[in-house]
Design a protein around this ligand. Structure first.
Ligand code: GLY
Length: 357
């Protein structure tokens, strides 16, 4: 099974995509590590706690419960877990394992980044979205009321352990939301992956193990290569934000409870496809292919009542806005993108309107 290297100035590590890799979790904990803390949620523990315990092979650990939900991805949750770590005897030799979905991976990584000024983290993602995106790349963080991931730190993990087997119990809605991030990887960097998602939806939706493993491996390969080339998002890494600028605005506008992250990204990608076309970068056939592929993995939450102007107002609060200028990732053809600043507000407004129809 494949392993992909991420190489950054801070850390070189592997993202391993392997059925059953969690059974050998203990191998990835440094021999001299002190207390091990697993950040997780009750539902993940209910489904996969036995697997985790088996993987720890007798090594002791403490659980840090996160109640779940994008609206609780806040500094207050990180602070509560840090207090608990101190109560339980955590110190600079501690290791954090983020065992759960994207929110747990982001928040657990952030906890590790700031606990005693930084302890190592191992990312053990249990949702498709976390496996193909959140667990890889070292961006960690929490939300503010004014926007998503507006506080955080770069903190690369010791390893990313992706076990496709855990997806068997993933609720359908979460699975489909994760598929949107896979489609994104295809659109920005891999025509072959896009083709797979576009034409093999039956296998994707029935979670055919071979197809799921191909989807994950190709997405992780892309993410690792992009992060290795540009850890701090000064150039290439921006392409990973395709669909996210408007997606984040939709999440913030609806109070983080209406959409799953991947669903908001799906609508954001539809808007970005329209915008790419309106800006003259993308032909109408490719635009329609993107929209079709995204919609095939719906349904999406009700969009009624979301005001275009309110979403517009959220865009410059996105952390990717630099000195008030929003940069958009546009597609030029499937597998290729360009990052463009200063797009006319009227085109952005129209793209959002078309996506919310
Ligand atoms: N943790 C997600 C990323 O670095 O992109």
């Amino acid at each position: 099974m494949p392993a992909f290297a991420v190489s950054t100035p801070a850390q070189t590590y592997e993202a391993i995509v392997e059925r059953g890799v969690l059974r050998r979790l203990r191998e990835f904990i440094p021999p001299r590590a002190g207390k091990v803390f697993a950040v997780t949620t009750e539902d993940v523990w209910q489904w996969h706690g036995d697997l985790f315990t088996e993987g720890m092979a007798g090594r002791e650990f403490e659980l840090l419960w996160f109640p779940g939900g994008e609206e609780r991805k806040r500094m207050s949750s990180v602070e509560a877990m840090a207090e608990r770590m101190v109560e339980l005897g955590g110190d600079r030799s501690s290791v954090v394992i983020a065992f759960g979905g994207g929110i747990v991976n982001d928040l657990g990584g952030f906890l590790a980044a700031i606990f005693m000024r930084g302890v190592p983290v191992i990312q053990a993602p249990t949702t498709l979205l976390a496996q193909v995106d959140a667990a890889v790349g070292g961006k960690t963080g929490a939300n503010l009321t004014s926007g998503k991931n507006l506080v955080g730190a770069f903190h690369q993990p010791l390893a990313v352990l992706t076990d496709p087997g855990v997806l068997a119990t993933l609720p359908e809605r979460e699975y489909r939301a994760g598929v949107q991030e896979v489609i994104k990887c295809g659109i920005i960097r891999s025509p072959g992956l896009f083709e797979l998602m576009h034409t093999c939806s039956k296998h994707v939706l029935t979670r055919d193990p071979e197809v799921v493993e191909r989807m994950i491996a190709e997405s992780v390969r892309i993410k690792c290569a992009v992060v290795s080339a540009d850890e701090r998002e000064s150039g290439l890494r921006r392409i990973l934000n395709f669909g996210h600028t408007i997606g984040h605005a939709l999440e913030a506008e609806t109070g983080y409870t209406h959409f799953l992250h991947g669903e908001a990204v799906g609508i954001g990608m539809i808007a970005a496809a329209h915008l790419s076309h309106l800006a003259g970068s993308l032909g109408s056939a490719a635009r329609d292919e993107i929209i079709e592929a995204v919609e095939r993995y719906g349904p999406f939450p009700d969009l009624t009542g979301i005001q275009v102007e309110s979403v517009m107002g959220r865009l410059d609060k996105d952390k990717k806005a630099v000195q008030g200028t929003v940069h958009f990732v546009l597609v030029t053809r499937i597998g290729e993108t360009e990052v463009v600043a200063g797009i006319e507000a009227a085109a952005v407004r129209e793209a959002i309107r078309l996506a919310l129809r």
